[in-house]
Design a protein around this ligand. Structure first.
Ligand code: DC
Length: 225
């Protein structure tokens, strides 16, 4: 059967990864969360105090970063590894979330990540989610979905997720971080978050995950057949 590339972009906490993961499972495709890659790079930069305005230091740092995804059988999805260390939990922490958008604006960082993402898509049969997948990483993707949701709905969903591990988290702090990341991601100079001209908008504010999956699966099947 013909294999395609599915690019999923959108604002922070819109449920892109959830949709991408479900689609990949249904189609037996590879799922790649590119946000996890930028988050792992951020962990390395924070740990090693890499100055974000020092190109020489950035290039040296990138030479020491090895990223890979390893399938976690218990979870049924892949974990992010940074230099052979499982950083899946660490990359979701607030300190990383607060710094990742800034580090993602760096040209060298983007080139480093995009080259690896394009390599992963060579064999097609992939669902990749991020901010620039349909515009920069795979401008020729057969299906591009731009996911969006009302900001208060996004805050509510994120709050339910985070409160489990962090009792001090507030909705206000989440909203501030979401809006700040959306602003940085969509106004940066290189590959800003924007809907590709040929992307289909999927607003999931008032539909369930199951309904969202059914819609996207229909679009995917139309392109595969
Ligand atoms: O999807 P996420 O929230 O885990 O992404 C974290 C950050 O990484 C996001 O705020 C911007 C950056 N990012 C990016 O610049 N390009 C991508 N393709 C994916 C993520």
């Amino acid at each position: 059967m013909k294999k395609i590339i599915i690019a999923i972009d959108g604002f922070s906490s819109c449920g892109k990864s959830t949709l991408a993961k479900q689609l990949a499972k249904e189609l037996n495709y590879v799922f790649v969360d590119t946000g996890a890659m930028y988050r792992a790079i951020t962990v390395y930069f924070l740990r090693n105090n890499i100055a974000t305005d020092n190109t020489k230091q950035i290039n040296q740092a990138l030479q020491h970063i090895h990223l890979n995804f390893i399938f976690n059988k218990e979870k049924g999805s892949s974990d992010m590894y940074l230099n052979n260390e499982n950083v899946e939990l660490l990359i979701r922490e607030m300190l990383v979330t607060q710094n990742v958008s800034n580090i993602s604006t760096i040209k060298e960082v983007r080139e480093f990540a995009v080259a690896q993402q394009q390599q992963m898509g060579k064999a097609k049969g992939i669902v990749m989610d991020g901010r620039d997948i349909g515009t920069t990483v795979f401008p020729d993707a057969e299906l591009k979905i731009f996911v969006t949701a009302n900001v208060d709905v996004r805050v509510e969903r994120r709050y339910k997720e985070l409160i489990v591990t962090d009792a001090t988290i507030t909705k206000e702090a989440i909203k501030q971080n979401l809006l700040e990341r959306d602003h940085i991601d969509s106004t940066r100079e290189i590959s800003p978050l924007k809907k590709a001209d040929d992307a289909i908008v999927l607003d999931n504010s008032f539909i369930t995950r199951e309904e969202q999956l059914a819609i996207a699966l229909q679009w995917a099947k139309e392109r595969i057949n």
